[in-house]
Structure formats: C-alpha cells, structure tokens
Design a protein around this ligand. Structure first.
Ligand SMILES: [Zn+2]
Length: 534
C-alpha cells in the first residue's frame, strides 16, 4: 500500500459513531460539542480539518429494538439518524463527514480490512461460551457481573448465556506489541487516569475476542463464512476509515487512507475506552496500518449529583435544553464548568448562574458599556490609537499579550475550562479597569488621549476574548465582532484561515483604529431564575 500519509497541516478528529438504539442523549452531545470545538480551533489556526461523526447501526440490540417498535432495522436506523442530524444542527456542530455503518461503501472497506487480518492468520474459528450483555454488545467476565447476573453498566439488564461457534481475533498475540506501543507513545491514551486503567487491563493478560456472531442477521456477512455476521464493534471502528473516503472515490482502503490517516484524535466517553485503546490499535497492527495518534476518554455526566438514566427517572434532554437556552449557552456550560476528562454535573440553577455571571455580566456588560461610551465620546468609532502605542505595562495589555499563548496551550491540552478561565480573567480585569479609570470623568476633564487609551484597550480586550472563545461560543463571538465593526463570520467554514491571520488575531492589539462601530446590543440576555421548570 502507498505510504503517503498526511502532513502537518491536516487534522482529523472523530466523535464515536453513536449507537442508534435510541435518540441522542446529553452524553453524546457533550462529546460532540468538545469535538466540534477542537475542530473549530484547528480550522481557526489555518489547519485543514476533517471532523467525523456518525452512527453505528448494526448488531443484535438494534435488531431487537427495531422489532419491538414494529420497524425494519433500516427504518429504525434512518429515523434515529435524522434525530442525530437534527441535534447536531441545533448545537451548531460543523462536522465534515457523517459515517453510517450501514452505508454500502463501508461494507467494502470492512471486507477488505477483514481480508488483510485473515491473510495475516489472525482470525480463527472456536467455541465461545460466556455471559453476553446485548446492550453492551460485549461478553462479560463472571466476576464483573452484579448479583443475579445483571450487567455492571446496564444495571437493569440481565446478561445472556452464550455457547456458540465464533470467529476470534488473536488479540493475545498483540499483547507485547501493545505494551511496547503504550511505552513509546505515552500520550496515546489521555488523560493519565484512563491510561493507567488501560495499562492495568492489558497487563492482566489479553484474551482473544470473538468478531463474529451467529443468529444475528443485522450485520455484514463474514466473507469467509456467510453463516456468520461481523461483530458490531469490529465493524464500527472501521467506520472511522470509511469516513475518510472522498464521496466520489472508489471504496478501497488505499483511497480511504491516502489523505487523512492516521486520525489525530478520537474523542470518546470512558465507557468505550477498551475498544479504542486496546482492540483498535491491535486490529490496525494486524492489518499493518499506522495507529491513530490520540484517544481521549472524557468522564460521565450526572444531573443534580445523581446518575442519569431513563429507568432512574433522571434525564436531561439535549433538545429541550437547546430550545430553552440556545447552542452557545449549552456549549459554554459543559466546556467551562466541567474539567474535561473527569466526571461532571449538570444542575439547572448552576447553569443559569454561570451563564449570567460570565456571559451576561462580565463579558456582555463590559462590551455594552464601553461601546456606549465610544458612541458618545468618539462618534461611534474606535479611538484613534494603535495597540502598539500602548505601554506594555498597561494592565490589560500585560494580560492580553500572553493570553493567546496560554489559550492555545489549553486548547491543545483539551483543557476547555482553562481556556474560559484565562479569557475571563482578562474580561474581569477589564471591568475593574473601567471602574478605576472612570472614563466619564476623563471626558469631563477633557483628557481625551487618556480616554482614548482606556476605551481602545477595553474594546481590544473584548475582541481578543471573543476571538479566543469563538470555537466554544461562535454565535456570541460573531455578535461581538459585528458590534466592533468587523464582518467576520465564525460559522463560515469556507473562510480560508492561515496561521499568519491566526497569530495576528490571537494577539492583543489587532483592533484597527478609527473603525466604525456597530450598534450596542446585549450579546447574551440574562436568564431569570424564575423561568426554570425544575
Ligand atoms: Zn451492558
């Protein structure tokens, strides 16, 4: 196979291909918000980005769910997929590819990949006995099970005993290769706690896993034995590869891998860590393909401190949340309030308090009152002063000059919460600075030069803040840029960015003097606590 793998300037990121047994829940929204934010940040830096999301549609669980609802499996999948597409649109997710594992080009990719692994001698037929959780689509060790044979993850679902012939993948053969790989690439699994989890699991000794099922029609037939279908996870992981195909290119592995492989980052929830950090690299080793660069497993969400779930009567409907508060509010809360990687909680009261404090009060008010003063004192123009003319010791410039670097590092570390905190620190200093310098007094005293410096430095700080937050709250950033007199559209994916533009815009001092300002309008409406239902 051709070995022209991708260059430094491309960046490919994936969400999981979500299982379509039900409409998307808040956990899927959380992963996808984070992935979209990373993709937007990379695009802003001038990288060529491919963001992949999609759906995993095969397996017994889907077959049974469809049956119970009186639909064909494909009808069921199509219905749920439209729910995902609608949610991503409402959340302002700008994915490039939506990979469905029932697509015909995917079948060809799966079969070609299977053949490579087969030719390598890594697949064999054997007897599988064990406890199977249909909801997990995974065999469980007896010791993992709860009392009365309930699945430890699906605590209201009993596992089923299976005793059947399956084809197995020789995972055990890759034990040492995997261990060496984790040593060589200490950043492959993030964060550190997940890495340790995986190392512990692998160090206990890997067992071969079955990659075929009998009596499951809803899947691809095994090329070497049509009485079996391919195990849903073996099929689903390859959906990342199929997604890389250009729409009009022939579905071969060579075409799929020619431009974007290896994937830079798989963002996942910690529940599917083993598949991505153990099975997937082993499968790629077997097929003699390079391994993805990073797998990041984020934490679980709770609501009001309690585990979420339909059966527990404690759910958070992402559609309702969006209808009530809009996409920027939802994106901001989850990325700012929860340290990415650890478990986090949603409470509506905290949600409202955070948005009011950060977006309505700190950011919104600072822009609004400064714009009004610029209207009044400078005829609606940015004052006639350039960022470079302002002393380096100026309290806002001093913070602003190092902010870009700090925020770039935080985005690269997926530390979204730190991004927000660092930007807010500048904004809060801006509010304090206005109070202390009292521009209205400067105006009365006729100190126009000092006044120009005050207003310029505050407006520039708001600009910088909104630029750096644009991957998280693109609509609010657009509103701020428009009020500052720009015509940028952070939602326009076709805009060609470059690293030069990025370096300039991510630095303090880029606001052009004398630019005509827009009309001051609130960028985020305060939410009244009384509006909430819960
Ligand atoms: Zn389960």
């Amino acid at each position: 196979m051709k070995n022209t793998y991708k260059t430094q300037d491309t960046f490919a990121i994936t969400t999981p291909l979500y299982y379509v047994n039900d409409l998307p829940h808040i956990g899927s929204a959380y992963t996808t918000i984070a992935a979209d934010t990373v993709a937007r940040f990379q695009r802003l830096q001038g990288k060529l980005v491919l963001m992949i999301t999609g759906t995993d549609e095969h397996g017994q669980k889907i077959q049974r769910t469809a049956q119970s609802k009186g639909r064909s499996p494909q009808e069921h999948c199509d219905l749920v997929v439209s729910g995902f597409e609608s949610l991503w649109q409402q959340l302002n997710i700008q994915y490039d590819r939506f990979s469905r594992t029932t697509a015909s080009n995917h079948e060809l990719i799966v079969k070609e990949f299977f053949q490579r692994v087969w030719d390598r001698g890594d697949i064999y037929l054997s007897q599988q006995q064990g406890w199977y959780c249909v909801a997990c689509e995974e065999f469980k060790e007896e010791r993992e099970l709860l009392e009365d044979k309930y699945c430890p993850i699906h605590t209201n679902q009993k596992v089923e005993w299976r005793d059947e012939q399956n084809y197995f993948f020789r995972l055990s053969k890759y034990q040492e290769n995997l261990q060496a790989f984790y040593q060589e690439k200490p950043n492959f699994i993030q964060p550190e706690s997940r890495r340790n989890e995986v190392l512990n699991f692998v160090n206990q000794g890997l067992q071969d896993f079955s990659i075929s099922r009998v009596n499951v029609d809803w899947g691809f037939q095994l090329p070497v034995d049509p009485s079996h279908t391919i195990y849903v996870w073996f099929d689903a992981l390859l959906g990342y590869v199929t997604a890389l195909l250009d729409p009009d290119s022939e579905p071969t592995l060579e075409n799929a891998l020619s431009k974007w492989w290896p994937i830079n980052l798989h963002l996942i929830g910690k529940d599917i860590l083993r598949f991505h950090a153990v099975y997937w690299p082993a499968m790629l080793m077997s097929a003699d393909l390079p391994i993805s660069h990073h797998v990041f497993g984020h934490g679980f969400l709770t609501k009001d401190g309690k585990k979420m779930g339909k059966s527990l009567g404690n759910t958070l409907d992402p559609f309702e949340l969006l209808k009530k508060y809009g996409s920027d509010a939802v994106r901001y809360y989850f990325l700012k309030e929860i340290e990415f990687g650890v478990d986090g909680d949603f409470s509506e009261t905290r949600f409202i308090n955070v948005l009011n404090a950060d977006l309505a009060n700190d950011l919104g008010n600072l822009l609004n009152r400064t714009l009004k003063m610029a209207q009044k004192y400078f005829k609606g123009q940015i004052p006639d002063i350039h960022g470079e003319e302002i002393e380096i010791t100026h309290p806002l410039k001093a913070i602003g000059m190092s902010l870009g670097k700090q925020v770039i590092q935080a985005y690269s570390d997926l530390a979204f919460s730190q991004v927000c905190e660092a930007v807010l620190a500048l904004i809060r200093t801006g509010n304090k600075y206005i109070d202390e310098t009292a521009p209205w007094s400067l105006y009365k005293q006729g100190q126009l030069e000092a006044l120009a410096e005050v207003l310029y430095s505050v407006l520039e700080s708001v600009r910088l803040a909104s630029y750096l937050l644009s991957p998280i709250i693109p609509n609010i950033s657009n509103a701020i840029y428009q009020q500052l007199g720009f015509s940028n559209d952070f939602n326009d994916k076709s805009v060609i960015n470059s690293s030069e533009i990025f370096v300039k815009q991510a630095n303090w001092g880029a606001l052009p003097k004398n630019q005509i300002l827009g009309q001051p309008q609130p960028i985020f409406q305060r939410i009244e606590l009384a509006e909430t239902v819960s």
